[in-house]
Ligand binder design. Structure first.
Ligand code: NDP
Ligand code: GDR
Length: 324
């Protein structure tokens, strides 16, 4: 039975990846940090099938210990401070987790067993102010946030450990991917959750920022397969993972309200650009996953409309169960 260690297992992607690898008969270990309240909501349904190890990307010895104890064949580094807006409020912490955290985990792999295969969660935010459309593996990076800059560091460090120590280390440059397990502060989930509550009469309005930015939005459940495929190749390489389509925040809003039969959504949306302004915005992202399609045989399975409907319907069910 192959063994895997996932950092960020309590997050959106970690939970889907753990499910996916259990189906592939992996023995799954997850690194979790200590919190005063247990935060395992997304993995509650598989908790008896996985083993959680306490550790933190800020603590080198905890990473060495986790790798020594679990003896994994593969490590997926999904842990990060992943909310772009917060990265301006906490730029140093974002750098510690999202950038230096990659060094710490790669150093742990190098010192314990450099034969372990490594996946790094790189991001389309590295392209930022885009210099080419669509964006592919060779597109120049121009990150627009401390988060994006930290991801560029992690990306190049992963390449560097591959070249310096011959570690099988890959980066997946993933474009936005969402799901009913997305954190509530991200725009897609903020919208799907608010729409469900508006439909049920629990609230009347939702305040958003700029509705014009466009993103290439896919379904997280489809994207974790690509992570795994990267580590099953002969050679370690980096891949862009995207749908190849982009949509504005406004299009997401429109379909979300349509899903619950509300067509006059403007009555329910307050666009407060000022309040949600980021010091530098990323306006337009669209990925070219041609290399992944060709070399990994990967393609997304869920359309944009299916994704929006899935999220709104899941939030309707959630909010029907919730009395508040
Ligand atoms: P989430 O924010 O949902 O999950 C982040 C995870 O990282 C959580 O499990 C969190 O733990 C953990 N974590 C944060 N800091 C530390 C730390 N210091 N030590 C240990 N664990 C820590 O992110 P996603 O699942 O959406 O994303 C997964 C990865 O992919 C991230 O690296 C993200 O930056 C990257 N990415 C995501 C994209 C997306 O669209 N979702 C696109 C491209 C890249 P806790 O539960 O305790 O907070
Ligand atoms: P992003 O996701 O920054 O692309 O990062 P987010 O959902 O936060 O923003 C997407 C776009 O929507 C605009 N926007 C709003 N955003 C939020 N959060 N809340 C609002 O009310 C709102 N109104 C408009 C934003 O300005 C932005 O343009 C995500 C994260 O998962 C990263 O970790 C990941 O690397 C990238 O996707 C790819």
């Amino acid at each position: 039975m192959p063994k895997v260690l996932i950092t960020g297992i309590t997050g959106q992607d970690g939970s889907y990846l753990a499910e996916f690898l259990l189906k592939k008969n992996y023995s799954v270990f997850g690194l979790t940090r200590r919190t005063s309240t247990v935060n395992n909501e997304r993995i509650k349904h598989i908790e008896d099938k996985i083993e959680l190890i306490q550790g933190d990307l800020l603590d080198q010895s905890s990473l060495v210990e986790a790798i020594n104890y679990t003896k994994p064949d593969e490590v997926y580094n999904l842990a990060a401070q992943s909310f772009v807006k917060t990265s301006w409020n906490q730029p140093v912490l974002t750098g510690e987790y999202t950038a230096l955290g990659v060094t710490r985990i790669l150093e742990a792999i190098r010192s314990v067993n450099p034969k372990i295969k490594f996946y790094q969660a790189s991001s389309s935010e590295m392209f930022g102010k885009v210099t080419e459309t669509p964006q592919k593996e060779t597109t120049r990076f121009h990150p627009r946030s401390p988060y994006g800059v930290a991801k560029v560091y992690g990306h190049y460090l992963t390449q560097n450990y591959r070249e310096s120590y011959d570690i099988f280390a890959c980066s997946g440059i993933l474009f936005n991917h969402e799901s009913p397990r997305r954190g509530l502060e991200f725009v897609t989930r903020k919208i799907s959750h608010a729409v469900a509550r508006i439909k049920l009469g629990k609230q009347d309005k939702v305040e958003l920022g700029d509705l014009r930015p466009k993103r290439d939005w896919g379904f997280a459940g489809d994207y974790v397969e690509a992570m795994w495929l990267m580590l099953q190749q002969e050679k370690a390489e980096d891949f862009v993972i995207a749908t190849g389509e982009n949509h504005s925040v406004e299009e997401f809003v429109t379909i979300a309200f349509e899903t619950v039969g509300i067509t006059d959504w403007k009555k329910h949306v307050v666009s407060n650009v000022e309040a949600h302004m980021r010091p530098a915005e990323v306006d337009y992202l669209i990925g070219d996953a041609g290399k992944a399609r060709k070399e990994l045989g990967w393609a997304p399975k869920t359309s944009f409309k299916q994704l929006v409907e899935m999220m709104v319907n899941a939030d309707l069910e959630l909010e029907k169960r919730n009395n508040k």
